[in-house]
Design a binder for this molecule. Sequence first.
Ligand code: H2U
Ligand code: ZN
Length: 349
Amino acid sequence: MTRAFGLIDHPHRRYNPLTREWILVSPHRTQRPWLGQVEKLPPEERPRYDPQCYLCPGNERAGGVRNPLYTETFVFDNDFSALLPDTPAGKMDERGLLVARSERGLCRVICFSPRHDLTLPEMALEDIRKVVDVWAEQTEELGTRPQINHVQVFENKGAMMGASNPHPHGQVWANESIPHEPAKELAAQTDYWQEKRSCLLCDYLALEEKVQERMVCQNEHFVALVPFWAVWPFETLLLSRRHVPSLLELTRAERDGLAEIIKRLTTKYDNLFEISFPYSMGFHQQPTDGRDYPGWHLHVHTYPPLLRSATVRKFMVGYEMLAEPQRDIPAEAAAQRLRSLPDVHYRQR
Ligand code: H2U
Ligand code: ZN
């Protein structure tokens, strides 16, 4: 029995330097037997076109608008937008205890493909590349508006993550304020930049490249890894190798690299339990208020809820709701699993 502290054997807390939060890691718990039910899921078969789907080409959406017969990507204003462009300005503050502010913005839906039966990993590389262009276009178009100071591009995939429809799609929400998560990351990256005159995520990536143990996959322009401070079981962080603050600064070759690594990473995810793997994935880009943020480094977070099979998922309950997040599978073990999975999708093998 070892007495000396080690990350593999002993409970410990890890620090997330991007959000400045701590997580509890309990590696010894993965040995305990799982008593919950594990069922085999039926194979998913979807038609190329679903007459009931509100995202398929030519179909009607809520409110009676009809989608065009689009052949590549398609973007539209969300029919149930959480943010609206014409909200009147106003605020409330009762002794610092009842505080509110008006918020303007807008929400869009991005269809990745006209094909109802595909998802990102099963799409052709050149078609994912077109989605990368749309993400950049949306960031630019919305971000240059004077009242928009932050653009959040994301995808909710799978019913488990609350996605309303299996048709491949993502969303973009753009608003006046910098939301809570990016605001925490902005503070940490800015402080680091000011203290060290170098970038937090560039320095972090250099460390990870030295040890290699949390790497998942990489190409000339991007690296996907399980961050040291990961909370979700197979959480990953995708980083550009070059220090760029947003999608807009990527060269064509870097956009190609982004499409390629997204295909590879999402393929590995699907291969993990041989199901269409649920997750929430999103880009973190510098604010679009026109100011300079030299410390900001473009990255993508992917948060998947599945723990050890297609049916056993992680919830943030109990200690995690009341104290802090906790994980059983150390980041190193999760990275090793993802790394060893094939780059060819299980349905295309
Ligand atoms: P998910 O990415 O969580 O599946 O959300 C899809 C969005 O599509 C959701 O925000 C919108 C919902 O408001 N939607 C429309 O804009 N029009 C419709 O006809 C149905 C759903
Ligand atoms: Zn569809």
